[in-house]
Design a protein around this ligand. Sequence first.
Ligand SMILES: [Zn+2]
Ligand SMILES: [Zn+2]
Length: 139
Amino acid sequence: MNEAKLKFYKSLGLKLTPQRLAILEYLENNRSHPSAEDIYNALKPHFPSMSFATVYNTLEVLVEKGLVKEINIESNKKRFDAFTHPHHHFFCKGCKKIIDIENNQNITIPKELKDYELTEFQVIFYGFCPECKNKRGKR
Ligand SMILES: [Zn+2]
Ligand SMILES: [Zn+2]
C-alpha cells in the first residue's frame, strides 16, 4: 500500500493496525465483493490470532468512513465492495457471484423521481452468469 493512501486513511482518523490494513488491501485487490466470512477465511492463515469479530468490526468502521460499501443483495449475507465509485451490480442466482457493471449510461431515471434530488442509485440485475446458464441448460 502506498504512502499517499496511508496518509489518506490516517486523515480520516482511521487507526491502522496491520489487520485493518490487510482487510482493506484484500478488498481493494478483490473485486468479487466478498462477505465478512470470505475475508476472514482468506486472511486467517496470515493472522492466526485474528477473530471474526475483528473482521466484522473493521468492516463496519470502513463502511462508516466511506472506504467500503455494503451490498445487501443476499438477504442473509452482507457483501463488501471497496470500489466506491457509483456503479451497478449483477448478481448470479446460481453461484452467487456479484460483478460490477460500470456502464451507467443506459439507465434511465424513472419519471416518478423527476422532482427528487437523487444522491445516488444502484441497479441490481439478477439472473444467471454464462457458466450457470449453461449448467442449467444441461439439466
Ligand atoms: Zn453463476
Ligand atoms: Zn461493485
